[in-house]
Design a protein around this ligand. Sequence first.
Ligand SMILES: [Zn+2]
Length: 74
Amino acid sequence: MFLLFGLRSKDHPMGARVMTCEVCGWKAPQHLLRRTTRFTLFFIPLFPVKPAAHYVVCGHCQAFRKADPRLVAA
Ligand SMILES: [Zn+2]
């Protein structure tokens, strides 16, 4: 008998807001993502293994960076 287990991360879009990018300096849509990581058993996600993390992706330069907590709360 064997067990097939692992971790799986998934990004959930939370909307976009037009702001100035910290990386490229353009005023472009900044997409907010919530990333969750779950324990999987036989490829079935069962439960989260760590708190969700929030990231921002620039619509112009595709820079991927951690979100400011103030942006997540708004
Ligand atoms: Zn940018």
